[in-house]
Each structure stands twice: as C-alpha cells, then as structure tokens.
Design a protein around this ligand. Structure first.
Ligand code: DP6
Length: 331
C-alpha cells in the first residue's frame, strides 16, 4: 500500500425529505418500502475523521467530544467492519464526529453522520468508492444517509436488494432558491427514535393506503420541484408530512411527536398564507418544523418565526452539496 497515513475527514449535510422514508422492507439492509426525495442542508453538517492505525488497541468512537460505547458505537462499527472487509485494513480505528446542530432532535443527524462516516472511512482505508457505492454504504448505517451523499436534490430509489437501493441526483445544488428554516421547538433527545418508528409504521391501518398514494405524490412533487412551482410544491410537502405523522399517530403503539410549539408554528403559516406570504412546512420524526419559503421571503419569515414564544432558535438552510472530503492531513 502506498499511503502512509490511513486517516481522512469528511463533511456531510443532513437532508430534509419531501417524500419520506417511513417503514423498512428489510431492516438489516435498510431497504425501504418506497422511494423518497430530499434536499441537502447547508447549515446542518457533521464532520467526521476516521483513522486506522496499527497502534490502536481497540476501536474508539467519539461524538461531540464524548466517547460513545453503547448501541451507537455498534452502529458505527458495522460500517467500519464493512470497510475493513472491502479494503483488507484490519487495524484499530478512531472515529471522531462533530455535529454543528443538536443531535437527536428530529434534524436527521443520522443522515449526516453516516454519510460522512461512509466517505471518511472508505477514503481512510484506501478504497475509492463511486457515489453509488458510497450511497449504498451510507444506507447500511442509516437509510436517509443514502441521500446525503449526492449533491443538491436526491431521490433514493428503493430498489429490491443491497445493490439496487441507493440515491441519485434529481436537481443540482443551484437549481431553485428554496430555503428550509429549521424551527427548533424541542431540543435534546427525542422519545422515539426513527428506527422504532420505521418498525411500527406497517402496524398503522392506513399504511397500505399510503403506499398506494405515494407514487403519484412523488411524481407530482418532483415535477413541481423541476418546474419551480412553489405553491404546488408546498401543498404536496404538507400533505406528505401530515400523512407521515398520521401513520405514526395510528401505529400500534402510537407515536405522537408534535408539541405545542409545532402547532403554533403551523397555525402561523396558515395565517401568513392567507395574507399572501407563502411558506409551507414539513417535519421529520420529531417536534421540530421545517419551514420552506423562497429566498426573497427568508428574512421576513425567519424574524416572524423567532417571535413565536415556543421557538427556541432557527437554522436557515439553502440547498447544499453532498458529502465532501475535507482532507487537510493527508497523503
Ligand atoms: C422521518 O434514516 O433516520 O426522517 O435507517 O433507522 O436510521 P434509520 O432511519 P432514518 O429515518 C428517517 C425518517 C424520516 C424520513 C426521511 O428522512 O425520509
């Protein structure tokens, strides 16, 4: 092997889904029941450094300056072990990962985390994976991470097996001046992980109906995105978010993610729309709201959102490139 340093750093964005991944056909491989569509976010980023070193006696994983030893570590090591298998690098590993946004708050930190990990670990081991292979590797860590690998707007094709389930670009970063304002009304760890939500989803009596409705909605939202039809896009965005939460609320046992702040924000959007100020919401598996608007309205909408008493803070995001190598120390 030519390299002297088996170390690499990658930066990767979280993404917000317009059409959601909710329910797994294959839990081990994270194969979804349906395709999903998303936008990568400029200001919700994970930076991960992976180092393989013959001097490391054990594998260590640090997240936001704290060493993790539980199930989280196992999830990381699953990806590391896959990389070891492919690359034949058998040494101990050190993984150091930092988020610039609160972990576990319904801002998909697993998406940025596992996409950054897939890129950093594969490069550190000397592998030169294609975007497709990286998307597959990231997916094995967390389903939504498959979409953070590609630049801009992504569609994760559900596929039928490990090799056919990965994300592709549907529009580049600079395509449409869409803004996602993450409105944080709950910080800290959420009560139900999305992994739990995925396994409960098919227990909702409405899950089958959702699966029937999805192909048409996906086609329509993709077309609204490509035609830059904001009103149509926003209406479909909300329809999809409400449906995801309806599935969660009717799962057995039910999961209720919304809090008072969630409802306050949604009510305000309705009020503003009646007066001609266009903004629409979507949500992931948490109480926080992602408010979409066009760039020209960002300042006005953000300052109004911050005046809602339940709002803790907001994060303004544009569409972002996907996982990038950030390699100061290498080769
Ligand atoms: C509601 O990708 O976080 O954000 O594969 O178990 O890690 P795991 O699930 P994850 O699920 C994301 C769920 C969602 C919708 C979406 O991002 O598509």
């Amino acid at each position: 092997m030519k390299k002297t340093k088996f170390k690499a750093t990658a930066k990767s964005p979280a993404n917000i889904a317009f059409i959601k991944f909710w329910g797994k056909k294959n839990t081990k491989l994270n194969i979804p029941f349906n395709d999903s569509i998303s936008m990568n976010l400029t200001n919700c980023v994970t930076t991960t450094t992976v180092e393989f070193n013959p001097r490391f006696r054990s594998d260590r994983v640090f997240l936001d300056r704290k060493e993790v030893k539980d199930e989280k570590k196992m999830r990381v090591l699953k990806i590391i072990d896959l990389v070891r298998e492919k690359s034949n690098v058998v040494w101990g590993v050190k993984v150091v990962s930092k988020n610039n946004f609160p972990s576990d708050a319904g801002i998909a930190s697993s998406a940025s985390a596992f996409s950054a990990l897939a890129l950093a670990a594969s490069v550190a081991s000397g592998l030169n994976l294609s975007k497709k292979e990286l998307s597959i590797l990231a997916r094995l860590g967390s389903g939504s991470a498959s979409r953070s690998i590609v630049d801009g707007f992504a569609q994760w094709k559900k596929g039928t097996n490990n090799d056919t389930s990965y994300a592709v670009q549907i529009a580049p970063v600079i395509y449409w001046d869409l803004i996602d304002i993450v409105v944080v009304v709950e910080s800290g760890k959420k009560k139900n992980s999305s992994t739990e939500g995925h396994s409960l989803a098919p227990t909702s009596p409405f899950y089958k109906t959702r699966q029937k409705l999805l192909p048409k909605r996906l086609k329509e939202i993709k077309s609204a995105l490509l035609k830059k039809n904001f009103k149509k896009f926003g209406e479909l965005l909300e329809e999809e978010a409400i449906e995801l939460h309806m599935i969660a609320m009717t799962s057995k046992p039910p999961i209720f993610y919304w809090n008072k702040g969630t409802v306050e924000v949604i009510n305000k959007l309705h009020e503003w729309r009646e007066k001609g100020l266009l903004a629409y919401f979507t949500m992931d598996a948490g109480a926080n709201v992602h408010v979409f608007c066009l760039a020209k309205d960002t300042k006005k909408i953000n300052s109004r959102l911050k005046k809602i008493p339940e709002v803790l803070f907001t994060i303004i995001n544009e569409s972002s490139e996907g996982s990038q190598l950030f390699n100061k120390h290498l080769f």
